[in-house]
Design a protein around this ligand. Structure first.
Ligand code: AKG
Ligand code: FE2
Length: 298
């Protein structure tokens, strides 16, 4: 257990969902400190969620026509949907391609979250990967049906330094219960030591459930904050095709020097590794399908 039992007695139940008010309360802070995540419900209205979803569909069709493979050096993850159509599974810099999304992420209601990250925190619309959207779908040609166990501190760990607190602010665009995959995390692991952060699980290839994991079940419009040092994964949906669709938008709140990206920016090394891994996986899948067909005499 990563949370001590006397500490647990003082804490609200782990499935507590809060309302986002003008300030992050002491209770919400204590919750985040202890468990490593906190869940706010109904932060975006149904109309806003619908607005963001339509914008994503529009951006996707523009990028299909432009045959875009990256934005500002950040690779776009193209897979195929249940109808075999090109399907963008990871968008980057979305708010720079949609006024609607840009205005939404800069809305006053998120000010308490910005302050939680830091007095001088800013939304990195042009930095890192910008405002990212993941779309998970469970179909054979999906390149993003799930995501294996990881912490988001890998880069720091590679430099043999302990990752500092990094808060991931995610807006959920679909209803998602345990059955429909969803975010799994091991509460309290953001306070683990260096060795545990490096070796508790093999990064990204381990998809097995953990006795101590919890599932963050969300409704469209909910917002979650999770500490990137936690061990977390996204489970595969037990549904198929459109029913298994899960969309999440991550807004980068940054402190430190301003480092904007542009069309000339280089692809970061970890994205090169990701591209190579996805290509290898897709090749293996194709070979296996061919082999199955040959065996079946098709
Ligand atoms: O989609 C999610 O909820 C989490 C995604 C995630 O952990 C990541 O992209 O690093
Ligand atoms: Fe992550």
């Amino acid at each position: 257990m990563f949370i001590k039992s006397d500490e647990l007695m003082e804490l609200p139940p782990i499935n507590t969902r809060y309302k986002l008010g003008p300030k992050i309360t002491d209770e919400q802070l204590a919750f985040l400190e202890a468990y490593g995540f906190v869940h706010f419900e109904g932060v975006a209205s149904r109309d806003e969620v619908q607005g963001i979803i339509s914008e994503l569909d529009r951006i996707e069709s523009e990028w299909v026509l432009e045959k875009r493979s990256s934005i500002n050096g950040i690779p776009l993850f193209w897979g195929k949907d249940d109808k075999g159509k090109k399907f963008l599974q990871r968008f980057a810099f979305t708010s720079r391609h949609s006024n609607f999304i840009s205005e939404f992420v800069r809305h006053d209601r998120f000010e308490p979250i910005r302050l939680l990250v830091g007095e001088d925190a800013r939304i990195g619309e042009d930095e890192k990967d910008g405002v990212v959207v993941n779309r998970y779908m469970n179909v054979p040609e999906s390149i993003h049906p799930r995501l294996g166990w990881h912490t988001d501190g890998l880069r720091d760990l590679c430099y043999l330094r302990m990752p500092q607190r990094m808060l991931n602010i995610g807006l959920h665009l679909d209803d998602c219960d345990t059955y429909n995959g969803g975010l799994r995390l091991i509460p309290g692991t953001h306070r683990q030591n260096f060795m545990s952060m490096c070796f508790k699980k093999p990064y990204f290839i381990d998809h097995r459930s953990d006795d101590e994991e919890i599932c963050v079940t969300t409704k469209a419009g909910d917002l979650t904050i999770h500490d990137g040092r936690l061990w977390h994964r996204v489970a595969r949906s037990k549904l198929y095709g459109q029913d298994s669709l899960r969309r999440t938008m991550f807004v980068p709140y940054l402190t430190g020097p301003y480092e904007p990206k542009s069309s000339g920016s280089k692809t970061p090394i970890y994205h090169h590794i990701g591209v190579a891994m996805r290509a290898a996986k897709s090749m293996i899948k194709q070979v296996m399908t061919r082999r199955d067909r040959l065996i079946q005499g098709e």
